[in-house]
Every structure is written in structure tokens, then in C-alpha cells.
Design a protein around this ligand. Structure first.
Ligand SMILES: Nc1ncnc2c1ncn2[C@@H]1O[C@H](COP(=O)(O)OP(=O)(O)OP(=O)(O)O)[C@@H](O)[C@H]1O
Ligand SMILES: O=C(O)[C@@H](O)C(=O)CO
Length: 430
């Protein structure tokens, strides 16, 4: 069998989220970090997800990194390309969703793609082009306060129209409810009208199935991991995908248990509070971090003492910069948005690297950008997907040089996971 799906994910937690859904739907999936420059063995692999850090970087960089990923995936023979972005459509008026999708369409010589951010099991739905998080519109969900890409408009046709010079259309729920034929015809007529990007309403798994059936032969599809959950059965129907056993199990984990969090999303803030109620944690402040190394050293000493307790009293520790919007704004006013984020990412990734070298073997990271920074600092190139902790967040494993057993790693998207995620994650792990 040849490679069926090649995915380009704009952040690391998003990549893992998609890989998780593909694995759960029966595809043998490999997640690679960045475009591989040497041999990755893709025998017996149905899907590859290339994790980029292109969500908030400058547009030109996002476009060139995504194009490089496409070139590599095409060389591997991928039949369909999936551009994975956030289920909350994280982007700004400059991009990067529109410009990357346009560049990929150009390269693939394709006239149209669909935009399917919905992930119903995690409460992300789209109706009349408006994105909901649970029962709130996107712009009233906490995402309007996102440190890097505040989402202040829930109308995705309008949002995307600011990012692309091409026409953006809507495939609405009433049409979708008419099933495959009605959906197929609407996409066709939008294409005849020159509509390049189609925002797709989606309320539930059944809508995802209808969409997957209608777009399975599109060279490029785009969206959240919900569509990734629905596509594999269509690949199977076309004979592109053989039936395979359930995804492989990870090897038993070992080593101390650390959580690092740079996510300031509403759910992460609640998870941090919940964990701190009966676990140890150390909060980092970007302003203090820029002054000198004192806070960093204190955080390291705090973590070492509890993680590796010499008297056998080892316990999980949380290191976090996660903070409420007022605090984030204050740091951003003084340091600038990019520098405030970068200071935190540097601190958390350095702490993770040192502590993994010293014996952390189970690591949970909260936040997509934060995960990107941590995974890069650890020099990880490839992840195997394992047990799911909560929808969208599996345990993964990666070899680490100097460590006999692989590192067990969970990359949690900001708003994913139940309130007790940080402590329960370690219970799920074999
Ligand atoms: N106290 C803080 N002040 C300013 N910026 C912060 C602070 N804490 C974290 N940050 C930055 O905020 C950004 C959070 O983005 P990140 O992608 O990690 O989380 P998220 O958006 O919640 O996750 P996801 O993208 O998976 O939904 C990071 O760049 C992080 O460094
Ligand atoms: O789609 C989502 O919400 C997540 O996979 C994600 O991309 C968060 O960074």
C-alpha cells in the first residue's frame, strides 16, 4: 500500500491531535517533527503528520515551511494532503491559514479546498459559518484573549476573507443535512462560481462523515482533527487503506513525572488551579525571567527536590507560566507580545531539557507553541502515538539520546482535556 495521507500541521499539539484521531480510526501513522532531512522509514505506514511551528510565525516563513513539507510528502507518494490548523481557527488578519492554504492549492494545481475546523467531541462546532466552543461563540469563549492570536470574530467566512484575495464561500448545515448528493452538488456549484475556499458547517460526527465522503478525492483538505477521524473509512471504501489491527501499544514508561505549562487558555488555567490544589507547582513570571536567572534557578531547585526526592518521596511537579489575561497583558505591554511568549518558551524548554537529562521520563506539556519549543529543545524528531488521555490528547513516545527507555510525552492543546487532566494523565500511562 502507498502512503495515503500526508498532513501538514501548524503546531505540535495539533499534529498529535490529528495523528491520534488517524490512529484511532485505524491508520498506521507516524508523526515527524519538521521536515525530515534523513531517512524516515515509511514501510507499513498509512499516514504521516509533519509537525511545524507555523501558526504564529511570519506569513512568508509559514508558507515556505509548509511548501517544504508538501514537497517532502509528495516525494513519499501521499495521495491526499491535509493542512491541519486549530479547531478554534487560530490565526490573525495576516494569516497564516489563508496564505498557506492558497500556496498549497497553487502547488497542487487544485481549484478548491474545504475548511473544516470542527471537532464536535471537544465542543467545536460550526453553524452558518460561525464557530462555537461549547455553547459560546468563538469571540466569547476566552479565545478573544489569546496571547498570540486573539480570536475576536466568530464568522469564519469573514475571518478567512481577510486572509486571502480569493472568494470564500459557505457550505451550510441545511445543505449538509441533505446528505452526500446535496453536499457534492453545492461544492461543485461553488467551484463553478470560482469559490476557492469553502467554510463548512459541522454539528456532529455524522456531518463529518458526509463531508469526508464529499472531499475524499480532493488533493487538499484543511481543518481540525475531526475531519481526520472521518476520512479513514472513506479511504477504506476506495480501497486505499487495508484493515489493520488497533494501533500499537507503547512500551512501559519510567522516570519522574513533570508537567510544564505555557498555555494561558481558559481550560489550562482551570487545570493548573486544580492540580495545584494537591500537588507541587512553581509559577514563572516573564518579567522576572528577563531580569536575571534567579527565578529560573529557583524553579529548577524546586523541581529537582520534589521530582527526584532522595528519600523516595518523589512526586509530580508543575512548572508553569500560565496566567490570567490581565497578567499576560502586563507582560506583553512591557516586553512586546512576541518577546513575552519567547521568554516563557525559552525558560520552560530549558527546564524540561535539564530535567529530562536528570531523570524525568514522563512529561506533559500544555500549549501548542510551548510544546513546539519543548520538543525542539529535546531534539525529538519522531513520535509514536499511544493511549488517549482525553479526546485529542494521546500519550506519545520518543527516543532521547542518553536515555535507555523512550521519553513518554503528552502534548496538550490549550483548551483540551478535563479539569483533572494533569494528574489523570499519569494514571492512564502504562
Ligand atoms: N505569563 C505569560 N505572559 C505572556 N505570555 C505568556 C505567559 N505565559 C505563557 N505565555 C505565552 O503564551 C503563549 C501560549 O501559547 P500556547 O500555544 O503554548 O498555548 P495555547 O494557545 O493555550 O495552546 P494551543 O495552541 O494548543 O491551543 C506561548 O507563547 C507562551 O510562551
Ligand atoms: O485543533 C485543535 O484544537 C488542536 O489540535 C490544536 O491545534 C491546538 O493547538
Amino acid at each position: 500500500m502507498t502512503l495515503v495521507l500526508g498532513a501538514i500541521a501548524d503546531d505540535f499539539t495539533g499534529a498529535t491531535d490529528l495523528a491520534n484521531n488517524l490512529v484511532r480510526a485505524g491508520m498506521r501513522t507516524v508523526q515527524v517533527i519538521g521536515v525530515p532531512n534523513d531517512g524516515v522509514t515509511l514501510d507499513d505506514v498509512d499516514a504521516v503528520v509533519v509537525a511545524l511551528k507555523s501558526r504564529t510565525c511570519p506569513v512568508t516563513e509559514a508558507v515556505s515551511d509548509s511548501s517544504a513539507a508538501l514537497t517532502w510528502l509528495q516525494a513519499q507518494g501521499a495521495r491526499q494532503i491535509f493542512f491541519k490548523y486549530c479547531s478554534t481557527f487560530d490565526s490573525t488578519d495576516e494569516g497564516n491559514i489563508g496564505p498557506v492554504a492558497d500556496a498549497l492549492l497553487d502547488r497542487l494545481g487544485s481549484e478548491q479546498t474545504v475548511m473544516v475546523p470542527a471537532f464536535p467531541i471537544n465542543g467545536r462546532t460550526v453553524y452558518q459559518g460561525h464557530l462555537f466552543v461549547g455553547n459560546r461563540l468563538l469571540n466569547d469563549s476566552g479565545m478573544e484573549k489569546h496571547p498570540l492570536n486573539p480570536m475576536t470574530d466568530a464568522d469564519l467566512v469573514r475571518v478567512l476573507s481577510r486572509q486571502t484575495p480569493y472568494p470564500v464561500g459557505l457550505l451550510s448545515r441545511p445543505v449538509l443535512a441533505g446528505g452526500f448528493e446535496a453536499t457534492h452538488q453545492r461544492l461543485q456549484s461553488l467551484r463553478d462560481e470560482g469559490v476557492r475556499h469553502v467554510i463548512c458547517d459541522t454539528l456532529d460526527e455524522h456531518d463529518l462523515e458526509t463531508l469526508a465522503a464529499a472531499v475524499v478525492e480532493y488533493p487538499l483538505v484543511t481543518g481540525g482533527s475531526g475531519l481526520g477521524q472521518a476520512l479513514p473509512s472513506e479511504y477504506r471504501r476506495l480501497g486505499w487503506l487495508a484493515d489493520v489491527d488497533e494501533p500499537g501499544k507503547l512500551v512501559p514508561s519510567s522516570g519522574a513525572a513533570l508537567v510544564v505549562s505555557g498555555s494561558c487558555s481558559r481550560m489550562t488555567l482551570a487545570q493548573v488551579d486544580h492540580f495545584l490544589a494537591d500537588h507541587a507547582g512553581f509559577g514563572l513570571d516573564p518579567l522576572a525571567l528577563t531580569e536575571n536567572d534567579e527565578q529560573l534557578e529557583k524553579a529548577l531547585a524546586f523541581a529537582r527536590e520534589r521530582l527526584f526526592g532522595s528519600d523516595g518521596s518523589a512526586e509530580p511537579v508543575l512548572l508553569y507560566a500560565s496566567a490570567a489575561p490581565e497578567k499576560v497583558e502586563k507582560a506583553q505591554e512591557q516586553l512586546g507580545v512576541t518577546e513575552a511568549g519567547a521568554v516563557v518558551e525559552r525558560a520552560l524548554s530549558w527546564l524540561s531539557k535539564v530535567l529530562v537529562e536528570e531523570g524525568v521520563g514522563r512529561l506533559v506539556v500544555a500549549g501548542g507553541e510551548t510544546s513546539g519549543a519543548v520538543v525542539s529543545a529535546l531534539g525529538i524528531r519522531e513520535l509514536r502515538i499511544g493511549e488517549q488521555i482525553d479526546p485529542g490528547v494521546p500519550w506519545t513516545q520518543a527516543p532521547i539520546s542518553g536515555r535507555d527507555a523512550p521519553l513518554s510525552l503528552a502534548l496538550k492543546s490549550g483548551n483540551f482535556g478535563d479539569i483533572d487532566f494533569f494528574s489523570r494523565a499519569f494514571e492512564v500511562l502504562p
